[in-house]
Structures are given as structure tokens and as C-alpha cells.
Design a binder for this molecule. Structure first.
Ligand code: ATP
Ligand code: MG
Length: 369
């Protein structure tokens, strides 16, 4: 273990960070994306500092394979852009750079600081400042894949090992500055098997209603991450316990509060969803949505009778689809995926058929002939 020193305002040396070497962090280098290493190498060759940061480092330490690699550096966006022909600057308020390799996009950001007074961090800064705007210690580790060192300013490595979820941003601001952090808290607690302390849980419950201010697109993004996490049952259980699920899926939450049987079946379906993610991680979204809407569709009518009544399939399907679209609000999944899910559940319930497309009026002469 090495110590990184800085200086205080009087110029005296002060301990800033702990640096873990290869044998201490045990990150297998072969799990690092080759192109991420290439980006870091090029930034370093140009004289900049650069690290992999956040979720990828956390995942590597707990033994998971990261989905993506976020990179930070002290180079400004225009300097990053100049180093990579395959890159573009994005963002208005805070500019970051996307470096593109085929299907893969790497987000390369410049260190940011909280100098503007919020914990969102919208000004360029140093690594010491950048660390302070990250939500939890386990998400605030910096990994240098060339030297194979993990730089830890906040005790994140110890917290990962001890299974503790500890905020970096002060408790009185973390959730009021950005309520989505409450969802992130329960997600990472489940993903890394980390305990949420009594005071953190209390803060989440007290601020749960703030989630209603968040845009549907951001809530959709978070909910989809939860459904794809492979531990959706555990996260949704926590979200119900902390009153967060009311903002993510209000209709389902209300039905679960009202009906214990519905709740237990909904939760069992989430366990099945987690199995699907483990066995077929590339399953399409529609297959996953099946587990969210199944109990709701079952509750809509007596399906056995419906199948005996020979109601037109198109009519049944359209009604069910509309109900489901409202049921999953504020989540707004791709239309084709929700259609896929509704059809799959109807088929399971023995309702089959084809949707007959009505011809549009006023066909052209050519069409009529
Ligand atoms: P995953 O992508 O697996 O959900 P992640 O930790 O990589 O997890 P991202 O949303 O990709 O999450 O964010 C990357 C990093 O940026 C985080 O690890 C964290 O350090 C920081 N971060 C992201 N969102 C926030 C936020 N709302 N508040 C504070 N820090 C954040
Ligand atoms: Mg990430």
C-alpha cells in the first residue's frame, strides 16, 4: 500500500489518498477493455493524467465484468478531442467527450469540482475535487491500468470489502441535490451486497417524495437499469421498503399495497426476471417487460371467459396494450417492446389471433387496380 501526499494551504505535506498495488486490489488486467487502455495510454503519452473511474472499478474489485468503462483525465474536452479523431464533444452545460470504437462508446470526462456550490460538479477541477462530487465511496475509486494501481481518496476499497455503502457527499445534501441518488443507493447496495446504514435508510425514506420531481426519461433509465441488474427482486423489495417504488411504478405499488397476493406474485415474477438476465443477458426488453405486466394483465378480466367469448383479438389486444401502457407509467418503454410483452402474455393466457390491419380510406388509383 502506498500513500499519495499533497500539501495543505501552508505548504505542509498531508496524506491525500491510499494507492493499492496489483497484489492488493487483484484486478485482472485481462478484464479491462483493450480500447480503454489505448485511450488512457494516448492521454498519458500526451502528458495528461488519466484513469478508469466509477462503476467499472467497483465491478472489477467485486469480481464482476464491467459493462462500460468511464475514463477521467485532467485534459480539457478540446484537448481530448484533438488526440482522438474518432471522438466528438457532447453536452452543453458540462462538455464531455465520446470516443467511439465501432459499437463501443467511451465517455471521457475532465475532472470536475463542486466549486459552484452544488454537489453536481459543473466546473473543471482536480482529481482531489472530482472525488468529492461522486455519490458513494464504492463509486469513487480511480484505476490506472498501466501502473495497475487503484487510487482511493475516500476509503472506498475498505467499504467494498466490508460491504458498506457510505456517501461521499454530505448526508444533508446528497439526496436533495439529486434525488436519483436514492435509487442508486439501493441499486448498489444490492449489486455489491453492501449494507445501507440506519441513518442512510432514514434519509432515503424522508426524501423519497423528491423523486416525483425527476423527469420520466431519467426514471425510465433508472428503472431499466434495475430490471437489467440481475437483482431486480432485491432492489424492488428495497424500493418498496423505502417508499421509492411509488415514484418508479405508482400503479404497481398501489396494487401491491392493496393486495398481498398481487405483491407476492409480482415479486416472484421479478425473481424469474433475474433468472432470465442471468441465463440470457441479451434478451430483448420485451421479454423482460413480460415480468412487470403479467400479473396486471391477469387482473384485468376473466381470461378463460374471454377466450370462450371469441372477442376479436385485435380489440382485446388494443385494450390490454393501452391499459399496460398506463400501468407502467412513468416508464415509457419503446412501443414495439411493450407490444411484444403484451402479445407474449396474451399467448400464455390462451388468447391467440392476428391483428387485422384496416385498410386506409382513399387509396390511390394504382393501389385499387
Ligand atoms: P452502473 O453504470 O453499473 O449503473 P456506475 O457507477 O458506472 O454504475 P454511472 O451512472 O455510469 O454509474 O456513473 C459513473 C460514475 O459517475 C459513478 O460511479 C459515480 O462516481 C458518478 N455518478 C454518476 N451519477 C451520479 C450522481 N447522480 N451523483 C453523484 N455521482 C454520480
Ligand atoms: Mg457506468
Amino acid at each position: 500500500m502506498l500513500i499519495r501526499y499533497g500539501t495543505d494551504k501552508f505548504g505542509r505535506p498531508v496524506k491525500k489518498a491510499v494507492v493499492y498495488t496489483k497484489n492488493e486490489h487483484n484486478i485482472p488486467k485481462e478484464k479491462i477493455d483493450f480500447d480503454a487502455i489505448l485511450i488512457i495510454n494516448r492521454l498519458k503519452d500526451a502528458g495528461f493524467h488519466s484513469y478508469i473511474v466509477g462503476g467499472a472499478v467497483r465491478d472489477l474489485i467485486v469480481g464482476n465484468t464491467p459493462k462500460d468503462f468511464d475514463i477521467v483525465t485532467d485534459a480539457t474536452p478540446s484537448k481530448i478531442k484533438r488526440l482522438f479523431r474518432n471522438s466528438r464533444i457532447i453536452g452543453k452545460r458540462f462538455r464531455i467527450v465520446h470516443v467511439v470504437f465501432g459499437q463501443k462508446i467511451f465517455e471521457v470526462s475532465t475532472f470536475r469540482s463542486n466549486a459552484d456550490g452544488s454537489s453536481v460538479g459543473n466546473e473543471f477541477g482536480t482529481i482531489d475535487e472530482d472525488v468529492l462530487r461522486r455519490d458513494f465511496t464504492i463509486n469513487a475509486l480511480y484505476y490506472d491500468p498501466i501502473q495497475e494501481q487503484v487510487v482511493d481518496y475516500v476509503g472506498g476499497m475498505r467499504d467494498i470489502k466490508k460491504h458498506v455503502l457510505r456517501p461521499v457527499i454530505p448526508l444533508d445534501r446528497i439526496f436533495t441535490d439529486d434525488p436519483v441518488r436514492m435509487l442508486r443507493a439501493i441499486k448498489y447496495s444490492a449489486k455489491t451486497d453492501a449494507k445501507i446504514s440506519f441513518s442512510l435508510r432514514h434519509k432515503i425514506r424522508a426524501n423519497a417524495s423528491l423523486l416525483s420531481q425527476i423527469s420520466p426519461s431519467r426514471l425510465t433509465e433508472e428503472l431499466l437499469k434495475i430490471l437489467n441488474s440481475g437483482c431486480a427482486a432485491e432492489i424492488v423489495g428495497e424500493a418498496l421498503d423505502t417508499d421509492l417504488y411509488m415514484a418508479l411504478q405508482p400503479a404497481a405499488t398501489a396494487m401491491m399495497y392493496a393486495d398481498k397476493k398481487f405483491e407476492s406474485s409480482y415479486m416472484q415474477n421479478l425473481v424469474k426476471l433475474d433468472e432470465l438476465i442471468k441465463n440470457s443477458p441479451d434478451a430483448r426488453l420485451g421479454q423482460k417487460l413480460v415480468f412487470i405486466i403479467k400479473d396486471f394483465i391477469i387482473s384485468l378480466t376473466d381470461w378463460k371467459k374471454e377466450s370462450e367469448c371469441h372477442t376479436a383479438y385485435g380489440e382485446l389486444y388494443t385494450k390490454t396494450w393501452t391499459e399496460c401502457r398506463n400501468f407502467v407509467l412513468p416508464m415509457n418503454p419503446q412501443r414495439t417492446e411493450l407490444e411484444f410483452a403484451v402479445k407474449a402474455v396474451l399467448t400464455e393466457l390462451g388468447i391467440h389471433g392476428k391483428i387485422v390491419q384496416r385498410r386506409k380510406k382513399g387509396r390511390s388509383k394504382q393501389e385499387k387496380n
